[in-house]
Write a protein that binds this ligand. Structure first.
Ligand SMILES: [Zn+2]
Length: 176
């Protein structure tokens, strides 16, 4: 079972490509099918999460679910990740295209997790969840995603801000 595998080993664009299509920056014929692809993916994500709750020890009800449980779910998904995230001691740390293999762990790419959380957050409310206590919108989850983004962007030598920066502030490379 590999529900969140990415089709391309070293790409962080798998899910982002959906966003690109939706924002109309590329005139792709896929655009017309995007909403249903999104809905299908959202339904699959939601089923996977509900299954995860069911198999949880002790079992968890959706109504008991907290941001901490969402984080546990994200840690759990990392075992299915296919994105190489170099450790600080790896000679390829910060290299977007390493010339050789290395033993660094494979993780879920930040872009995948970010998109996943967005879909689950919507699905939670569509399935009767109360927006005020939506665990996918919890502060801990936002902080975790931000941390992962910074960590992976440094480890992989990739700036996740590029697209946004083009629109907002092209002159700034880094505002940290
Ligand atoms: Zn490495």
């Amino acid at each position: 079972m590999d529900p969140y595998s990415e089709s391309n080993n070293n790409s962080h664009q798998d899910f982002n490509s959906l966003t690109t299509v939706a924002s109309g920056s590329s005139s792709s014929p896929v655009a017309a099918s995007t909403p249903s692809r999104y809905e299908n993916q959202k339904r699959r994500d939601w089923n996977t999460f509900c299954q995860y709750l069911k198999n949880h020890h002790p079992p968890l009800l959706l109504s008991q679910c907290s941001g901490e449980n969402v984080l546990e779910f994200l840690y759990y998904l990392d075992q299915f990740g296919k994105t190489k995230v170099h450790t600080l001691i790896c000679p390829f740390y910060g290299h977007p295209n390493p010339p050789a293999p290395c033993p660094c762990p494979l993780r879920q790419a930040w872009g995948s997790l970010d998109a996943l959380i967005g879909r689950l957050r919507a699905a939670y409310e569509e399935n009767g969840g109360v927006p005020e206590v939506n665990p996918f919108g919890a502060r801990a989850v936002k902080l975790y995603l931000r941390e992962i983004r910074d960590l992976q962007s440094k480890a992989r030598g990739i700036s996740y801000e590029k697209k946004k920066r083009k629109r907002l502030a092209p002159q700034h490379e880094d505002d940290n």
